[in-house]
Write a protein that binds this ligand. Structure first.
Ligand code: ZN
Length: 167
């Protein structure tokens, strides 16, 4: 297993539509092990493969009940509304109040290739939606309303320009 550097805002891999997994082979098992190690090291509650530069539809998460994997996950159902200060390992140091459905149900495959389903509200519902977004090339910033989104992009741009300067 290995800890991978986490790709950050601006990296094109985060904007790409990730490819479905055709066969759950040793490469996928290794990928999941690396993703879990990287997620726990960060630390974070969820990680999508594109965040370590692998454009495949694989996510891992742990909202306090142990590690879970979803290969080729799909959101089946969302419901309600909940505003939560959401962050992302790919946009480190930032949290924004983001409104999304409170409840989500997702289905995918586990590492044995069996169909599994996870459903929940609050943190689990949020993580499922956030990670599936990553596989479709979407970052949390896109879920903000126009005005806070523009401000967030301005902040991130200024931060990027500030890299390497001495103050
Ligand atoms: Zn994220």
């Amino acid at each position: 297993m290995a800890i991978f550097p986490i790709r950050t805002f601006g990296d094109p891999v985060l904007r790409a539509q990730a490819d479905p997994v055709v066969e759950i082979d040793q490469t996928i098992h290794r990928l999941v092990a690396d993703m879990l190690e990287t997620m726990y090291d960060a630390p974070g509650v969820g990680l999508a493969a594109p965040q370590i530069g692998i454009s495949r539809r694989v996510v891992v998460f742990d909202v306090g009940e142990g590690p879970h994997v979803l290969v080729n996950p799909e959101l089946l159902e969302t419901e309600g509304e909940w505003s939560f200060d959401e962050g992302c390992l790919s946009v480190p140091g930032h949290f924004w109040p983001i409104t999304r459905p409170a409840f989500a149900r997702a289905r995918g495959l586990n590492l044995e290739g069996r169909s599994v389903e996870y459903a929940g509200d609050e943190l689990l519902g949020r993580v499922l939606q956030h990670e599936v977004d990553h596989l479709n090339g979407h970052l949390l910033i896109e879920r903000l309303d126009t005005k806070p989104r523009k401000q967030a992009l301005r902040d991130l741009r200024e931060e990027a320009l500030g890299l390497g300067t001495y103050e």
